[in-house]
Write a protein that binds this ligand. Structure first.
Ligand code: FES
Length: 152
């Protein structure tokens, strides 16, 4: 597969340097956008590690991902002012609308869902950010509209 071929090229370039695992993982993710399972297998074999060891390093560092990043990002403010203005309800709605928890992506890869701690919009809470753009006074209905508009 292309993922294995790319990983093999990276390994050929980096595997003989001292402490090669992290540089290899960075290079693979830069090239493929994530570190898919077949790449983990290839890396483990080349570096004489078990797949579990490689997987352990990938899950230890939040920077590394096993699945491609979602196309869009929804960040829901979970800090105090927003919590006081229905933020918990909004967070629950975001979870069910995307069908995933925080720090995860919707099944179809449209959105990743992340918590954020204050967007500076406390006076107009609750707030969310979609692809880096803040939105204030967000109700569940407004969130549905914003998500739909993002996908148009
Ligand atoms: Fe949510 Fe400040 S607490 S914007």
């Amino acid at each position: 597969t292309p993922a294995i071929a790319a990983t093999a090229r990276i390994l050929a370039r980096l595997k003989d340097q001292p402490g090669p695992l992290l540089p290899v993982l960075h290079a693979v993710q830069d090239e493929l956008g994530c570190i898919p399972a077949p790449a983990v297998q290839t890396i483990a074999e080349a570096l004489n590690l078990s797949r579990a060891e490689v997987h352990g390093v990938i899950t230890f560092y939040p920077h590394f991902r096993s699945e491609p990043a979602a196309r869009h990002t929804l960040e829901v403010c979970r800090a105090e002012a927003c919590q006081a203005m229905g933020g918990e309800h909004l967070a629950a709605h975001a979870r069910s609308a995307l069908g995933c928890d925080f720090h995860a992506s919707s099944k179809n890869g449209d959105f990743s869902l992340e918590p954020v701690y204050c967007l500076g919009l406390c006076a107009q809470s609750p707030a969310v950010m979609i692809d880096g753009r803040p939105h204030a006074r967000v109700t569940p209905q407004k969130l549905d509209r914003l998500l739909a508009r993002t996908l148009e």
